[in-house]
Design a binder for this molecule. Sequence first.
Ligand code: ARG
Ligand code: ZN
Length: 478
Amino acid sequence: ALTVTTAGGLVTGAPGHAAPSGWGRPAVPAAAPQPGGSGLGDSYFPDYGNGGYDVTHYDVRLRYDPDTDRLTGTTTILARATQDLSRFNLDFLLDVESVRVNGWQAGTAREGAHELVVTPRRAITAGQQLTVVVRYSGVPSETLVGGYTGWTRTADGAMAVNEPESAWWWFPSNDHPLDKATYDISVSVPTGVEVVSNGVQPRAPLPEAGNRTRWSWRTTSPTATYLAFLAIGQYEIVTDTAPDGRPVVNAYSTTLGELGPAARASIERTAEIVEWGSGLFGPYPFEAQGGVAGPVDGIGFALETQTRSVYGPGFWRRGANTYVVVHENAHQWFGDSVSVADWSDIWLNEGFASYAEWLWSEEQGEGTAQELFDFTYASHPADDEFWQVPPGEPGPARIFDDAVYDRGAMALHQLRLAVGDDAFFKILPAWTAAHRHGNATIAQFRALAEQISGLDLDELFTTWLLTPGRPNVAGADR
Ligand code: ARG
Ligand code: ZN
């Protein structure tokens, strides 16, 4: 059975009216409720995420005007307090009009760049259900942190796509992969503009007053905040059903011009690539799949936004590119389902997605993983800066350094050589099964690899992930 407590833990009437004495009072006074804290103890980004509560669902209801980049909205957060709370934080940048906690207007204050401190009228008790309603507005492209915005305004709309910071510009959140939640995302835009997001459309776009249309998207699998996204603009949306029965939703910006066919020839292979990945990495972890070819003036990278990766235009310049589709879809297992517990574990995302590209190359007959290892090794002379960044501890400024990707893939290839193909291709699905929809660390991966292979892998992991300098490799081309 579920116990539901109301604000304050007991129904005690209007604020200021104390509960009847002796009723519902602990014999020993409990410790005073504490602030939730401004972070989750991440070693690279200590103030990302917040302490004291656990979000289960975000309902993000927005209105957007491409002409002005004005975003207004209401986000309703369903959460559970994990401690007695005097106040708690949300990570958010836009102007907040009001915050209500379980119906009661709460106090708000700003702290640091992205912290919104919420002080409820009455203290919150551990285990209590929280319904936090935040009303807000702003111009996200002009909302800068250190001169930077994670919101990309384009000629035809906008994209909320970035890692690790992207939620700050469009919904208040507990912004760390440790706190996953489900989502309902709806956006009203001028009719004729499309909105694409994660998951599936629970209803067709709904006409609204003022020649507007409201688009709705629903995500039913736990999702990290940086993997929720918006793509607003001129899109052709193509829906289908994959061989595994899941809905496929692909979207193509109509601004791509001569890059359009290459984008389609790549992203249309998502279902095939997901099927191939399922054979190697275990069952596909989510309810839908697909990809978004972003506009020609959009982002300069790709991101594994959950169930629907987003690709910048640069990937299509030399024709179809299935490698980037493999990379982002491999992240659905490695990054999205099994997420980092700490941003210093980024190798668990980028090393694995990069090695998936080598496995795909092997499968396509375009070069074996060994050939790609040898090529990468020879491409970086021993004195190359490349070897100075350890993929297992790259530092907060270098989580997307080439070394995390390429040396990261090399590390996995060395693991494969050390344990043999039988063990290696058992370790991958065992890893995704053990931490499905959760979080994990590099240390846990090493422990699993040691358990399955029966080998001590200390030297291999230390050399390839933690030690600056080019490791010696017997027989490697140099
Ligand atoms: N996880 C993304 C990828 O490798 C990295 C995106 C990094 N770039 C950025 N601007 N945040 O697919
Ligand atoms: Zn990646």
